[in-house]
Design a binder for this molecule. Structure first.
Ligand code: HQG
Length: 179
């Protein structure tokens, strides 16, 4: 992603995941924004954006963070929301082990409370150590936790996989975490 694309992606994350009100945008219950309305509101709030650029940002985004509906009239973030949305995705069986990348300063709390959603709608888990390491590196020196998802499934916990391949669940109690 070049710098312009990155800036637009960051702005889209803001309005499609966290604060649509910044540009007086409305998201439906499933997190979709109307594409024409998004473009109109971006431009009304001095964020120049046209449809072609938007399509290019969605297409080239390093983590495929955003997705259009079939006829490209709607767009949403595939995961990572702090606003309440129902992604309307079905639970599926995860790999036996998933990973979570975090940093040292959170370990004490995680050892007490397990992994919690914090400000987001789900706990985010990664399919491999490399991805978890990237997630953790945003905050400092990575600490990678292994999650015994197979045991969680046996115990009735539900898992979801976002359209861009991020594993989601409601919480991970400490009993299923290998430190
Ligand atoms: C930690 C990015 C204290 C948790 C990434 C994490 C991901 C606790 C932080 C996506 C805790 C929350 C999500 C507890 C968890 N006590 N700290 N009980 N439980 N934590 O950003 O997973 O680039 O909400 O370890 O790639 O880091 O934005 O979650 O460090 O997919 O598309 O609290 O965000 O995607 O941080 O990252 P976050 P995350 P994008």
């Amino acid at each position: 992603m070049n710098n312009d694309t990155k800036n637009i992606s960051k702005f889209l994350s803001l309005v499609l995941r966290h604060a649509p009100e910044t540009i007086k945008l409305s998201l439906d219950v499933n997190g979709w924004a109307d594409v024409e309305e998004l473009l109109k509101q971006c431009n009304a709030f001095q964020k120049k954006l046209d449809k072609e650029t938007l399509e290019q940002v969605v297409e080239t985004n390093d983590k495929k963070r955003f997705a259009f509906n079939d006829d490209k009239t709607k767009i949403r973030a595939s995961q990572g929301h702090s606003v309440a949305v129902d992604l309307d995705i079905k639970p599926i069986t995860p790999p036996d082990i998933l990973f979570h990348g975090t940093v040292e300063k959170f370990l004490e709390a995680i050892k007490k409370e397990g992994l919690q959603k914090m400000s987001r709608q789900h706990v985010h888990l990664s399919k491999d150590i490399e991805t978890a390491t990237k997630v953790a590196s945003r905050r400092g020196k990575p600490v990678i936790l292994s999650i015994e998802t197979q045991r969680m499934v046996e115990d009735g916990y539900l898992f979801y996989c976002s359209e861009n391949g991020v594993w989601l669940t409601d919480e991970v109690p400490v009993a299923y975490i290998k430190f």
